[in-house]
Design a protein around this ligand. Sequence first.
Ligand code: 5AD
Ligand code: SF4
Length: 343
Amino acid sequence: MRDFSDDEILAYLNGCNDNELFKLADKLCRAEFSDQVYLRAIVEFSNFCNKKCKYCGLRYPNSEITRYQLDDQVIIDVASLAASNGAGTIVLQSGDDFSYSAERIGEIVRNIKREHDVAVTLSVGDRGIDEYDHWFRCGADRCLIKLETTDPDFYKDIRCGESFAERLNLVKEVREIGYEVGSGIIVGLPGYTPESLLQDILFLTSLDLDMIAAGPFIPHPETPFYASPSDGLSMAYRVTSLLRILNQRSNIPATSALDSLMVDGRKIGLSRGCNVIMPSVTPNVNRADYNIYPGKNSVTLDGDNGVVEAKEMIRSLNLVPSVSKGYSNKKCVLKNLNIMNIH
Ligand code: 5AD
Ligand code: SF4
């Protein structure tokens, strides 16, 4: 890990030397992952949500979207197609939709793991620790639990009264179960400053995460933040590059929101410290309804052929779509340490 002073990080956040920052992030990324890019295919299996986060189009007060829930067999079939096309990881993602019982999700995980040599990531929100424990025993490998901001008061505000401490506790508890854990923030939420992003970067780094995401904020017309500016793109690249420099071994995705704000946004991310692409493989009939923010899933890269197209995009950069499951390099080091301890 590099040692940067707070002032140095702030200077980079203020755009003082973007070229140097992006080049260093790319260099460290290539040193860690060579030319390999990991593919995580996302199955967005339900856009129902019992929460009302102020930034998100899936919030339950939004009556303007068509809600859908995929049948278990459809989820398994879509995951199978993505695995056959070369995705090493399947991400099962939804809003906070408790109508999928722990048993049901566990059975879906078991099915996918039985049929394919893939890792499974769960991105299903604030479920009980017993449920996460059950899914781990069914074969799930990773959890994605975003913090969105690391300021507890702001978290409470944008997540409508929820507790930051509880969310953070969930991050820690799932790690204790044995999951690889990913988290992250949205860059450019209303009221953000370079100083608040500095705190986010330092906090996320202190969590020693296996995966860290930092995508740009995009205002959704059916949310309380509809009129907020959408100026987080440059900042998202800077935050991502800084996260790479401070967390060389972590997996860092080029988020879909980059593509929603700019043509080839994800491609550029892959040359600025990102080593993961997460194409949506949600069935074409439902994809547009997973409308977390405008432009989500309207990009041509994703869809039934999302994995194939993502591979082409990676190759166009002279990089290599990895056939591996893309486990965390952090874990590898820890495993090696354990082995050394035993002998
Ligand atoms: N703009 C950008 N990203 C968003 N997310 C939710 N709403 C927005 C938005 N308006 C991100 C959150 C969430 C992920 C699925 O999408 O980080 O965890
Ligand atoms: Fe629901 Fe997640 Fe959107 Fe919040 S961010 S409203 S929990 S889908």
